[in-house]
Design a binder for this molecule. Structure first.
Ligand SMILES: NC(=O)c1ccc[n+]([C@@H]2O[C@H](COP(=O)([O-])OP(=O)(O)OC[C@H]3O[C@@H](n4cnc5c(N)ncnc54)[C@H](OP(=O)(O)O)[C@@H]3O)[C@@H](O)[C@H]2O)c1
Length: 331
């Protein structure tokens, strides 16, 4: 079977579209000594992949002609390393392609937890990001009021549920009535705010009359600004991501309220990357699995079939189509 790959045909200046990608056939790669040949099973769709097109972030920026970057749950189909055997599962930077030859050295064999998709959602990047962001950076305490943006998304839906499990009052911010209804009904948030309708500053004030103790920020931009003006004294803002700033050519002006509100309310802003907590993943997965198995944590996934649908799936994610973790099933 030959390989199929998706390259960046152009760097978007405004919104990402299908025209920025090109699909090509190629020969299946041969692994060199120390490498494994991976077949991608599920390719993860991540909001941050659009930010990689804006320039260097925590990784090198993408350029025209690059293989589209991305992580996948993949199976070893050929091994030239003693570390991994045929049939082993890994989560790897494969890029958007069906076959990838990658060094085995940095790969970790994953347990075959069923359904396998949970390895990409709740036990993968979104679940772990929600876990460490909430508990290590947010330092949640029972009784606190916690606000989460992009609350119907992969990270946000889990962050909100962790806050509820920890005894906090949870307010989710999402786009549209359908998502707002879902986050209270399905994910158990105490309240929701539709940032596309009404005045978000006023709505936050109404839902959080004593102020926000912890804001888990997935969006940056106007929502961050609205939260800044509603924070309780000594509140914490967990800077997880800034999705409102990704699907554009350059970052806009920063939110008002920095540093003013940060000083007046004695706030703490803490950014983090999941990679800061690599050594603690085992404990996190055990906790997340306990909550899933006991029914306290609902996992929502969107599996789209077909490798060629990757560009549309990413464009749609940035437009807010997704609920929960979006991925594309390749095989
Ligand atoms: N720090 C880390 O290590 C780390 C790791 C993983 C992810 N992240 C960050 O976590 C955040 C969520 O990522 P994800 O992969 O879980 O994506 P996601 O939340 O599943 O999907 C993105 C969502 O963002 C919302 N959105 C898009 N444009 C928006 C805008 N202009 N204003 C407000 N909301 C907007 C959309 O929901 P609506 O319909 O509600 O608008 C969309 O569904 C991102 O900022 C990402 O960069 C950080």
């Amino acid at each position: 079977m030959s390989n199929r790959q998706i390259f960046l045909a152009d760097i978007p200046q405004g919104k990402l579209g299908h025209e920025h990608f090109v699909i090509r056939e190629a020969d299946r790669p041969c692994p060199a000594e120390g490498e494994v040949l991976l077949r991608t099973l599920y390719i993860s769709l991540d909001a941050a992949s659009r930010a990689w097109m804006q320039g260097a972030t925590y990784r090198a920026g993408l350029k025209v002609g690059d293989l589209m970057a991305g992580m996948a749950l993949a199976e070893v189909v050929e091994s030239r390393s003693s570390q991994l055997a045929v049939g082993d599962l890994v989560f790897a930077e494969t890029g958007w392609q069906i076959f990838a030859a990658v060094p085995a050295g940095n790969l970790v064999k994953l347990p075959r937890i069923e359904p396998l998709t949970h390895l990409i959602s709740v036990y993968g990047v979104p679940g772990l990001t929600a876990y460490f962001g909430s508990l290590e950076c947010g330092r949640l305490k029972a009784g606190q009021t916690v606000v989460i943006s992009a609350a119907a998304g992969a990270v946000g839906s889990i962050a909100g549920q962790i806050a509820r499990i920890k005894g906090c009052r949870t307010v989710g911010i999402a786009g549209g009535a359908v998502k707002c209804d879902l986050i209270t009904r399905k994910f158990g948030f105490d309240a929701s705010i539709d940032y596309k309708a009404g005045n978000i500053v006023d709505n936050l004030r109404a839902e959080c009359p004593d102020g926000i103790d912890v804001y888990f920020d997935n969006t940056g931009g106007d929502i961050l600004e609205a939260c800044l003006f509603n924070m309780a004294r000594y509140g914490r803002i967990v800077c997880c991501g800034a999705v409102s700033q990704y699907d554009r050519s350059a970052s806009g002006a920063g939110p008002q309220g920095v540093p003013g509100m940060v000083i007046i309310r004695s706030l703490t802003l803490q950014g983090f990357l999941l990679s800061d907590f690599l050594d603690q993943q085992e404990r996190a997965i055990a906790d997340l699995k306990g909550w899933v198995d006991s029914g306290q944590l609902t996992v929502r996934e969107e599996v789209i079939d077909g490798f060629d649908r990757l560009p549309a799936a990413l464009v749609g994610l940035l437009e807010g189509e997704n609920i929960g973790k979006r991925m594309v099933r390749v095989a």
